[in-house]
Design a protein around this ligand. Structure first.
Ligand code: TYM
Length: 324
């Protein structure tokens, strides 16, 4: 089985990215051929800092490694180091319907947020993503809820290409968790946790115990006092229960029972202790990797070589069937 997924080096990677996606990757790694990409070409479709981009890329790589991605087993690389991604994206652009791109929820949200600065790349972003996936004959794409629509579009594009030019691409399936595919913001639990929102709304994987304590302490809870999972009526507590459940590997029902007679405050204290403990390996691994930047550079260079080989095989097929 072939797996492909990626994360943008924008903002700080948070526990939503980890719980919904990277944890799935680590599990897939045991039974599949996996490719994990750092998608820098996606990150430049909205305003960004040129000076810190390389540092952000290294940070994402450290997170992959700290989470248990093994670069000897899986391929870890940076998108812009394999030029076939842009080449395939261009070719797929010629068969993608403009209407499909305009109806993408993320395009609508991001173009509203950056209304003074909407570039064509933002609209075409899902075509680049389809290229990422199809380039490796991917069978399964593990993502969070918000990227499901883009993977569905990649399927549509692949089917259209195959029927127009002949069987060329595998049709990828999406893999989304049943619980935890959308971790919500700590300060506004009606919105997803986002790398680009204010610091207090999310827990970063490298956050210090003090930061975790402060953020969980001030996380929005709901009226009432029961620790019950009910996303409609109690979105704040339900989100914290989901985070607790995924980090502790305990079912939400068991947590509801365990905290039945306790206050929001003692539940938050217990969640803080859990997060401080579970994120400690991330902090430790980061300080270890920070001392040895060449190690990460070598992994990324080696990953790019391995990815390129597979990408070139697909591009040869694609060009042939397209008459190029
Ligand atoms: P990105 O960088 O926004 O997010 C990385 C992954 O994290 C998931 N995610 C979340 N999951 C649960 N709760 C949240 N609050 C939350 N926020 C983000 C996202 O769904 C995603 O899976 N376009 C992609 C990157 C990409 C990609 C690809 C993914 C580019 N090419 C090919 C898969 C395959 C993105 O912007 O993810």
């Amino acid at each position: 089985m072939k797996i492909f997924s990626g994360i943008q080096p924008s903002g700080n990677i948070h526990i939503g990215n980890y719980l919904a996606v990277i944890k799935q990757w680590v599990a897939f790694q045991e039974k599949a051929d996996c490719i994990f990409c750092i998608v820098d070409w996606h990150a430049i479709t909205v305003p960004y800092e040129t000076k810190t981009l390389q540092q952000k890329i290294k940070e994402v790589a450290s997170i992959y490694l700290a989470s248990g991605i093994n670069p000897e087993k899986s391929i870890v690389f940076v998108q812009s180091q394999v030029k076939e991604h842009s080449e395939l994206a261009w070719l797929l652009n010629t068969i993608t319907s403009l209407g499909d791109l305009q109806r993408m929820t993320q395009f609508k949200d991001k173009s509203q947020k950056h209304s003074q600065n909407i570039c064509a790349g933002l609209l075409n972003y899902p075509v680049l993503m389809a290229g990422d996936i199809l380039l490796y004959q991917t069978e399964v794409v593990p993502v969070g809820e918000d990227q499901k629509q883009h993977v569905e579009l990649a399927r549509t594009i692949a089917k259209k290409f195959n029927s127009k030019f002949g069987e060329t691409f595998k049709i990828p399936e999406v893999s989304v968790l049943k619980i935890g595919a959308k971790i919500m913001s700590l300060t506004n639990p009606d919105k997803k946790m986002s790398k680009s929102d204010p610091e207090s709304s999310r827990i970063g994987l490298f956050d210090s115990p003090e930061q975790i304590k402060k953020k969980i302490g001030s996380a929005t809870t709901d009226s009432g006092r029961e620790i019950k999972f009910n996303p409609k009526e109690k979105p704040g507590i339900s989100n914290l229960l989901t985070i607790y459940s995924l980090f502790s590997d305990k079912p939400i029902k068991d947590l509801e029972n365990a905290f039945a007679s306790q206050s929001y405050q003692s539940f938050k204290q217990s969640l803080t202790d859990l997060l401080v403990e579970k994120l400690e390996p991330f902090r430790n691994k980061k300080s270890e990797l920070d001392k040895n930047p060449e190690f990460i550079e070598k992994i990324l260079a080696d990953g790019a070589k391995r990815a390129e080989k597979q990408a070139q095989e697909t591009m040869q097929k694609v060009k042939k069937v397209m008459g190029l």
